[in-house]
Ligand binder design. Structure first.
Ligand code: NAP
Ligand code: GDD
Length: 348
């Protein structure tokens, strides 16, 4: 049985990856940040009581800003594969919390790499490492972007991801470690955080449909993204670590759409005219925007045999259907006098 360790296991991708690895027979260990409220909701479908002899999912408290915790977990778990997905992953927030973002995203990656380097040297074990790189690293570079496109980061988040990317390349070359950088374009799902634009739109339009809110405030509707499905993208992460040679890969669909086009599709699924409910709020604009991301996934297709399965329209429909169901449940609760979910959604 192979053992995997995932940083960021409680996030969108972490939950899909943990599911995928469990389905492949892995023992899965995840690092969870301590919080005053439960932050493991996305793992509910796969949660197992660790006391059960059959349990294969284990969670450990740790933090990418705390190197000692990372080293301790590594010694204890002795993983065959590490997936470094933990991050302050919101681009807009990174302009307000630049130092924190760099500490988690750039230095946090360096902390894990340093721990892995020592672990491999002392125990003479092979550990394969996946680094969650981002299409944001391309920033202002002209589309389409591929593995050979020069990075031009446009936010503290993107600059930190570029640093993490080069740390990873250097540790591969300097210390002979098996490290892959996945350069993933935007990928979404019904588990996407509610402050990213796709989920913000599907959540709000579904609530508008159910009469739970009347307005949706957004920023720049003209930005274009190459949006895929998170469930497909975690498979690419796994495939990279199964290949005989460590390398870097772009993971994308090869199609891009604007935020406006996403709105069109989502509103059509609900039979809503979004023009009457969407308003602009400058707080959602970025000081430096990334206008157009469009990936060339040719290398991942040729070398790994990877291709996205869910289309853009299917993705939008899946997210809308999920959020309409949530809104219906919320409407039922609201009728019974419960208004607990409104605050979280209004400020998303
Ligand atoms: P996400 O939903 O925001 O999840 C981020 C994860 O990192 C969460 O588990 C979060 O914990 C954890 N985390 C945050 N700060 C941490 C810290 N200091 N120490 C340890 N863990 C910490 O992000 P995602 O969409 O799953 O993305 C996964 C990774 O891929 C991230 O590195 C992201 O930057 C990168 N990426 C994402 C996309 C995309 O479109 N989704 C594209 C390219 C790259 P909490 O749950 O406690 O907050
Ligand atoms: N979040 C948000 N909220 N974005 C908005 C809004 C809004 O109200 N209105 C317009 N947008 C625009 C943003 O300006 C951006 O151009 C686009 O929608 C997508 O924004 P996000 O969904 O926040 O994603 P992102 O592209 O900035 O970053 C995501 O993808 C990266 C990969 O390219 C994140 O998941 C990053 O972690 C990831 O690396």
């Amino acid at each position: 049985m192979k053992t995997a360790l995932i940083t960021g296991v409680t996030g969108q991708d972490g939950s899909f990856l943990a599911e995928l690895l469990l389905s492949k027979g892995y023992e899965v260990h995840g690092i969870v940040r301590r919080a005053s409220t439960f932050n493991t909701d996305r793992l509910d479908p796969i949660y197992e009581d660790p006391h059960e002899p059959s349990a294969r999912l284990f969670l450990h408290y740790g933090d990418l800003t705390d190197g000692a915790s990372l080293r301790r977990i590594l010694e204890k778990v002795q993983p065959d594969e590490i997936y470094n997905l933990g991050a302050q992953s919101h681009v807009r927030v990174s302009f307000d919390q630049a130092e924190f973002t760099a500490d988690v995203v750039a230095t946090g990656t360096l902390r894990v790499l340093e721990a892995v380097r020592d672990h491999v040297e002392h125990l003479h074990r092979e550990v394969k490492f996946y680094q969650a790189g981002s299409s944001e690293m391309f920033g202002a570079a002209n589309p389409p972007q591929s593995e050979t496109t020069a990075f031009y980061p446009r936010s503290p988040y993107a600059a930190a991801k570029v640093a993490a990317h080069w740390y990873a390349v250097n540790y591969r070359e300097a210390h002979g470690l098996f490290i892959c950088n996945g350069i993933l374009f935007n990928h979404e799902s019904h588990r996407r955080g509610e402050t990213f634009v796709t989920r913000k739109i599907t959540r709000a339009l579904a609530r508008i449909k159910m009469g739970l809110q009347d307005k949706l405030f957004l920023g720049n509707l003209d930005a274009k993204r190459d949006w895929g499905y998170a469930g497909d993208y975690v498979e690419a992460m796994w495939l990279m670590l199964q290949h005989e040679k460590p390398d870097d890969y772009v993971v994308a669909t090869g199609e891009s759409y604007s935020v406006r086009e996403f709105l069109d599709r989502a509103a059509a699924c609900l039979d809503i005219d979004w023009h009457s409910v969407v308003a602009q709020d400058a707080r959602y604009l970025r000081p430096t925007e990334v206008d157009h991301l469009l990936g060339d996934p040719g290398k991942a297709r040729r070398v790994l045999g990877w291709a996205p399965k869910l289309s853009f329209d299917e993705l939008v429909k899946k997210m809308v259907e999920h959020d309409l169901e949530l809104a219906k449940q919320e409407a039922t609760l609201a009728k019974a006098g419960h208004h607990t979910m409104l605050r979280a959604v209004r400020h998303g």
